[in-house]
Each structure stands twice: as structure tokens, then as C-alpha cells.
Design a protein around this ligand. Sequence first.
Ligand code: NAP
Length: 248
Amino acid sequence: MMQLESLSRNANVAVIGASGGIGGAFVELLSRIDQVEQVNAFSRSPAAGRRGIIHTHHLDFGDEDSIAAARDAALAKGPIDLVIVATGILHRGEELRPEKSLRQINAGSLAEVFAVNSIGPALVAKHFLPALRRDTKTVFAILSARVGSIEDNRLGGWLSYRMSKAAVNMLVRTAAIEQTRTRPESIVVALHPGTVATELSRPFTGRGDKGKIFSPAYAAEALLGVIDNLEPKDSGGFFAYDGSAIEF
Ligand SMILES: NC(=O)c1ccc[n+]([C@@H]2O[C@H](COP(=O)([O-])OP(=O)(O)OC[C@H]3O[C@@H](n4cnc5c(N)ncnc54)[C@H](OP(=O)(O)O)[C@@H]3O)[C@@H](O)[C@H]2O)c1
């Protein structure tokens, strides 16, 4: 049975993007951990009502008031111990596809990808970081992607996704510095889940990738293990599912 021993007893946790592949797996896994008292599952798509310790709420990045209301709903149980931002966009139907070259850059698509991958998480940080518990270890983790690493970029392409993830990585580092001033035990990180079988990755993974692709449940468990091992000195960092640090 998975544990989250480094967080406080009776942990109050929040998952943003609970309707997604990885976000949904986090909700399920967290709801089975003894120490977790409440799982606040936030999503834009309608989700089922209350089930056990899982409390669902609406949250849409296009409506900042919904983010503040979600924060207030989570706070009804007391200060928050863990926030996982598991939202993201790489493609949407035929209209929005990752660019293979600069020629395919389109201002509308670029703005949409930034709205979900960079601006939404920044608004969540604005409203949720001050709601984290003081004086005990807390974690605010945003799912980024290794392809957002500038140092690691050797292939090019996927311009809007790469740019938006590099931007969210900068949010993480900057927010971590500010958060430490009021909550020295608070850890703000970017996480890379590996390649995971979800709607987001589906058009880009083939049969040949079998064995290299994680199930959402596997990725969520691996990342919770990473979260449990994080220390305040790790705040502002970027980590993969195996705990290794990724260069920005
Ligand atoms: N899967 C992979 O291989 C992989 C690899 C590296 C990094 N990641 C990262 O991991 C994270 C989770 O990805 P996933 O694979 O689980 O993707 P997914 O299954 O497509 O889930 C995406 C989630 O983002 C939500 N979302 C999109 N636009 C939103 C908006 N405007 N407001 C609120 N929520 C919105 C979706 O909500 P709706 O249901 O309402 O659309 C859904 O809950 C992403 O940040 C992704 O970049 C994934």
C-alpha cells in the first residue's frame, strides 16, 4: 500500500485536472492512502459527485473565479498539504496539432496552448500557494514535460508545447523563491511523468513504443514516491518520475 509519510497526518490534498488520464489516476491513488483525509478533485469537464473522501468541484482556467472558488472549497477542510496540477494540452482535434516547424506557427494555437499549460497553472499558484499549511512539509507540483527543458532540446519541433512548458518551469522556479519567504517547508516543483498512455499522448505513440509507455496508475504512483522524497532544498526544481533532476 502506497504511503505519503512525509506529509502531515490527515492530509488535505487537491488535484487540478482530475478528469485527465494522469490526474484521474492521482485521485484514485490518493483516495486509497490511509493518511489522506480529503481528496479535492477539480476539473473543467463535469465529474461525478462525492464518493467517499473524494470531493469534486468545477474548475476552468478560462474563469479565474472558478479557481478561487475551488481553493475555498478545498480550504473548508483546513489548510492544504499537497496540490498536483495535472492539466495540459498538446493537441485538440484536427485544429490544434503540435508544430513540426516554424512555418506551422499559428498565433491562435500558440495562445491556446499557453493558456492551458502556462497561464492556468500560474493562476492556480496565485490562489493555492497561500492556502498551503504552514510549518510542515507541503508540496505544490505542476506536471511539466521533459520536452520543456531548453538544455535537453535536441530534436526541435512541438514549438508551442515546448515554449509553454519552458514558461511553466520558470513559474515553478520563481514561485518557489517567493513561497520560501513565508513557508520555508513548502516545496514547489515541476514533474515529468514519462510517456504515459493518455488522450494527450495517444496520437504520438505507436505499437513500437510498447514497454516504454507507462500506465497512468504507474506514473501517478512513481510521482507520488518522488513527492514523498522531496525536501525543502529541492524546491524550484524539475524532477522525472524516477526522482532524477532534469536540467531546465
Ligand atoms: N501523457 C504523457 O505522455 C505526458 C508526458 C509528459 C508530460 N505530460 C503532462 O502531464 C499532464 C497531464 O497530461 P495527461 O496525459 O494526463 O493529459 P489528459 O489526459 O489529456 O488530461 C488533460 C487534463 O487537462 C485538463 N484541461 C485542459 N484544458 C483545460 C482548461 N482550460 N481548464 C481546466 N482544465 C483543462 C483536461 O480537462 P478536460 O477533461 O476538461 O479537457 C484534463 O483534465 C500535462 O501537463 C501533460 O503535458 C504528459
